[in-house]
Design a protein around this ligand. Structure first.
Ligand SMILES: Nc1ncnc2c1ncn2[C@@H]1O[C@H](COP(=O)(O)OP(=O)(O)OP(=O)(O)O)[C@@H](O)[C@H]1O
Length: 271
């Protein structure tokens, strides 16, 4: 679905991505993990053509990204950026309708089919009741769902999301990831996440980045090991098997708390 061959990327003189090779399979859920600044967003932005691509490096459905026109790409790949700020007086409906732009001719307006798709996308993301509200009046979580509705209205086979759960409480994190995971089984999802346990639960595959390089890629069991996590994040963790999902569940260890005898003291205090 997405093939990346030896991708290298620099901002000015600074190398951000080095020798990235990926073969993203159709209809799977991929998470990209890695510490702050490791290049996760930059990788997604290379795939969505935010930067001028280099020939023969990134392929979307077997087509070289270099040759794909932006309007055509918008029918193949939708994109939910980090913390979208919309500073105009658009209604929620207007925002979601923008997802239909790649299909609407410059001189025509939206068709009943476009409106039907918009309604469906809003119902799936539980935003239909917000349709007449001004986008500026929404909470961070509601706005995030609207941006996802816009991406769904684009009707693409690939959905890229950059930290989609970052503004959300735990209920809405699960609700959002459930929505994405079960939207449509024919969608390939690539999401940057920070929460290792959510990534573990929802991903078919995880890509772990450190300093612009892939240090591990595979199933959650293959990637979320003590060694890989130490290598990526420089912390020690305990890993248990989640009793329900049977996926790895990561518990970070604070050496400071242990060194300062915090747990023994709190036990003593509770007696
Ligand atoms: N527009 C830019 N110009 C110059 N350097 C940039 C730019 N955007 C990002 N960088 C740098 O590129 C590196 C990778 O950034 P990127 O946003 O891809 O990391 P990330 O893994 O997504 O980080 P985070 O988890 O903090 O969101 C960082 O060192 C960052 O400072």
């Amino acid at each position: 679905m997405i093939l990346v061959k030896d991708l290298n990327f620099k901002y000015g003189e600074k190398t951000i991505l080095e020798n990235i090779n990926l073969n993203i399979e159709k209809n799977k859920f991929y998470s990209i993990l890695g510490p702050n600044g490791s290049g996760k967003t930059t990788l997604l932005k290379n795939i969505n053509k935010s930067f001028e691509p280099i020939k023969d490096t990134i392929f979307i459905e077997n087509e070289d990204l270099y040759f794909i026109k932006n309007k055509e790409l918008a029918k193949k790949v939708s994109w939910v950026p980090q913390n979208t700020i919309i500073d105009f007086d658009f209604s929620v409906m207007d925002i979601v309708l923008m997802g239909r732009n790649p299909y609407i001719n410059r001189f025509s307006s939206e068709s009943p089919e476009d409106l039907k798709i918009v309604e469906e996308s809003m119902k799936i993301t539980n935003t239909w009741h917000l349709k007449n509200k001004n986008i500026k009046e929404l909470s961070g979580g509601e706005r995030q769902r609207v941006i996802i509705a816009r991406a769904l209205a684009q009707k693409t086979d690939i959905l890229l999301l950059d930290e989609p759960t970052s503004n959300l409480d735990i209920y809405h994190q699960i609700e959002l990831l459930d929505t994405i995971k079960f939207i449509d089984f024919n969608m390939t999802i690539v999401a940057v996440l920070h929460d290792l346990n959510l990534a573990s639960q929802y991903s078919d595959y995880i890509i772990l980045l450190k300093d612009g390089k892939i240090i591990s890629i595979g199933t959650p069991e293959q990637v979320l090991t003590k060694n890989n996590i130490r290598l990526a994040y420089s912390i020690d963790v305990n890993i248990i098997k989640d009793p329900v999902t049977l996926r790895p569940h990561i518990i970070p260890i604070s050496k400071k708390l242990i060194e300062n005898n915090f747990y023994n003291n709190s036990k003593a205090n509770s007696m």
